[in-house]
Design a binder for this molecule. Structure first.
Ligand code: DGI
Ligand code: FE
Ligand code: FE
Length: 202
């Protein structure tokens, strides 16, 4: 059997499973992230199969309740920070990576890293990390964020500039709604802001 065919079968099985566990809107979002990540991978010469896999599984833990998210992390030996305990929604990213590995059999560290960091980002993201983070924000079903048009344009021009735009709006959005910002989200924002002015080293 060819590799292409194997990948296709693997994806089909995962899609079937996700259709059962995720709500319809979340499933549509997931498919949107998957093909947007594939487009960005084409543009930047990243591995399309990895981008699609990361897109498919990035929100696979999203359907769990806050309590289940915390318990799921503890059971799997994933650290839960004080901040995450107060905002368990954040945990769907790292728990998602854990489930991608254990329940969906994905062992590629690049795919698991992209899933782990897709919500907060982190300073010095890999190409695949960036692609998933940006695809999650701009996939075609998204319509709430400000400056989406500009984000979608810049995404195909300059990934780091695009990250800066997204992080700037995310920090403003969270502050405006009096939602406490995760320290890593803020560090990521500072990092990509400083890259622009040439202060940080990559
Ligand atoms: O899972 P999605 O909805 O597709 O998108 P996402 O993975 O970016 O998660 C968005 C959720 O994460 C949303 O409920 C807000 C939350 N979030 C992201 N960054 C922060 C945050 N919540 C807090 N408290 N602080 C953050 O910095
Ligand atoms: Fe998410
Ligand atoms: Fe998402």
């Amino acid at each position: 059997m060819t590799t292409m065919c194997m990948n296709e079968m693997k994806r089909e099985k995962i899609i079937e499973e996700l259709r059962k566990t995720l709500k319809a809107k979340r499933f549509e979002h997931t498919m949107g992230v998957t093909y947007t990540a594939a487009c960005l991978a084409m543009r930047y010469g990243a591995d399309q199969e990895k981008a699609r896999m990361a897109g498919l599984l990035h929100d696979c833990a999203k359907y769990l309740s806050p309590k289940e998210k915390i318990n799921g992390c503890r059971k799997n030996g994933l650290p839960v920070s004080e901040f995450e305990e107060k905002n368990p929604e954040l945990l769907h990213a790292k728990l998602g990576a854990c489930m991608a590995r254990d329940q969906y059999g994905i062992d590629d560290p690049e795919v698991l890293s992209a899933i782990t960091w897709h919500t907060t980002g982190k300073p010095g993201m890999s190409l695949l990390d960036k692609i998933l983070y940006i695809a999650d924000y701009m996939e075609p079903n998204r319509d709430q964020a400000p400056n989406l048009e500009e984000v979608r344009r810049i995404a195909f021009v300059d990934l780091d500039e695009c990250l800066y735009l997204i992080l700037k709006d995310t920090v403003a959005y969270l502050s405006g709604r009096k939602i406490t910002i995760d320290p890593i989200t803020y560090q990521t924002y500072e990092y990509y802001k400083s890259l622009r002015s040439g202060e940080a080293q990559s």
